[in-house]
Write a protein that binds this ligand. Structure first.
Ligand code: UGA
Length: 482
């Protein structure tokens, strides 16, 4: 068996986690080879271009590829030559029944094991449900002799990935082989953050527990937001007040359209499935997922209400389709459900996004996708803010107001300044806050019978919530067709 060197690292999988981990390790002096199956991605990477939109990644990759510290191949054997560490960072997408699909992880482990050196350590960075890694050699069909496996979950956020990978809050390492765990801790010794060394199943549980808890926090504040709407409170103030308790924390208490992306929806579901497998019902997770689904329907119901109870034939402009700002990732983006629901109710939808339109094209049939936000909103009956890109707060809203058919803004992320919107004559509805509506201009109009009568001139038409007033839930037709 060839001698191995821990400064040589093979990373299998050139997606978010794989690429960012590889870049960060190469940046800190390691020689990193990425194994990527997709030819288009390999070609982009060889030119030092990132195949995903992630701030700063293009520049970093270009520098590392030029310097030769990061290279890409489709051949595991080539990437493994002399490598002390093999990192598995392939996808674990959900199967239709909610379980994580482990086939890519198993295939990666087989390929690595076939060529691993005597002392190679395999690091599992893919998110795998608690209990998986100890079973992996069996699941992958490996006989005795599989290299030691160490779970080292990743906690980076898309759109913030480089910052997170360079400054992690913690490094979690879980394995049954203590020497192997020590080597993985040494691999990341240059990074700050708390260290947690544990067994593999606990390390896996930490990853799923963290994502599920954050998802719970989001669904909790969205429930509070709904209650705020009914009771006449403002969820922003409530989140500030509740979140300023250090035991709770303000992060992930932003009420809005709920969570999307490739991680929270999948991990909440997978943990719930894992609980079910062990004969346990994880009710909190079921509730978090239900609230998350309902949040999108409530939003569409509110749009409908503000447009006089009817969406058929209305023109609706959607600002932002990516699952969050800073990324072109459309996986499980809330925009997909919202747009489909609006279309089901007969609305004509246009949408814009700073970077995600290419990825959105095949997911949003029948939607007019336009790069220019001003073009997107022209002639609309309502503007819906779905992804909180800062660009949309910085729009010239006076110009937007002038180009609309009705001045109605429904802000699904509480990004905009409601008072400023009101001054521009908008009816403004956030999430979990009272609707702000311009005072109806009362004008005199001839009745045709020689009398003059007072007429309200506001644009929205529908009744809105007022502090203390009870409001009905989502309209039944809107909620049903989701
Ligand atoms: C999430 C975790 O934050 C990372 O720690 C983890 O590594 C990653 O999943 C993963 O498992 O790979 P990410 O999905 O990139 O990261 O994005 P987040 O910033 O966590 O946002 C997730 C979703 O929650 C987004 O749709 C966002 O709009 C929503 N969100 C977030 C809210 O609705 N309210 C909030 O207060 C915060």
């Amino acid at each position: 068996m060839p001698a191995v060197d821990d400064s040589r690292v093979c990373v299998v999988g050139g997606g978010y986690v794989g690429l960012v981990t590889a870049a960060a390790l190469a940046e800190s002096g390691h020689e990193v080879r990425v194994v990527e199956a997709d030819a288009g991605r390999r070609a982009a990477l060889r030119q030092g271009r990132s195949p995903i939109h992630e701030p700063g990644l293009d520049e970093l990759l270009a520098r590392l590829v030029r310097a030769g510290s990061l290279s890409v191949t489709d051949d595991v054997a080539e990437a493994m030559r002399g490598a002390g560490m093999a990192i598995i960072a392939v996808g674990t997408p959900p199967l239709p029944d909610g379980h994580a699909d482990l086939s890519q992880v198993c295939a990666a482990l087989c390929a690595i094991s076939a060529v691993a050196g005597k002392d190679t350590v395999v690091v599992v960075k893919s998110s795998v449900p608690p209990g998986t890694t100890r079973e992996l050699p069996r699941l992958a069909g490996l006989r005795a002799g599989a290299p030691p496996l160490v779970v080292c979950p990743e906690f980076l956020r898309e759109g913030n990935a480089l910052e997170d990978v360079r400054n992690p809050a913690r490094i979690v390492v879980g394995g049954d082989d203590r020497a192997a765990c020590a080597r993985v801790l040494a691999l990341f010794a240059h990074l700050p953050g708390h260290r947690v060394a544990t067994d593999p199943t606990s390390a896996e549980m930490i990853k799923y527990g963290a994502n599920s808890f954050l998802a719970l926090k989001i669904s909790f504040i969205n429930e509070i937001a709904h209650l705020c709407e009914l009771a006449g409170a403002d969820v922003q103030a409530v989140a500030d007040g509740v979140g300023s308790d250090p035991r709770i924390g303000r992060a992930f208490l932003n009420a809005g359209l709920g969570f999307g992306g490739s991680c929270f929806p999948k991990d909440v579901r997978a943990l719930e499935e894992t609980a079910g497998y062990h004969g346990h019902s994880f009710w909190l997770l079921k509730a978090a997922a239900d609230v998350n689904a309902l949040q999108r329907r409530r939003f569409v119901a509110r749009v409908q209400e503000l447009l006089g109870g009817r969406l058929a034939g209305r023109r609706v402009a959607v600002l932002g389709v990516a699952f969050k700002p800073g990324t072109d990732d459309m996986r499980q983006a809330v925009s997909i459900d919202i747009v489909r629901h609006l279309q089901d109710l007969g609305a004509r939808v246009s949408a814009t996004d700073p970077v995600a339109l290419d990825n959105a094209a095949r997911l949003m049939p029948g939607v007019r996708l336009v790069a220019d936000a001003y073009e997107c909103v022209r002639g609309a009956d309502a503007v819906l803010l779905v992804t909180e890109w800062p660009e949309y707060a910085a729009l010239d809203w006076e110009r937007v107001a002038a180009s609309l058919r009705r001045r109605v803004v429904v802000d699904g992320r509480n990004l905009l300044d409601g008072a400023a919107m009101l001054e521009l004559g908008f009816t403004y509805a956030g999430v979990g806050r009272p609707v702000m509506r311009p005072k109806p201009a009362r004008t005199l109009r001839g009745s045709g019978r020689g009398r003059l009568e007072l007429v309200d001139g506001a644009g929205g038409g529908a009744p809105v919530s007022r502090p203390g007033s009870a409001r009905p839930g989502p309209r039944r037709d809107a909620a049903r067709s989701a």
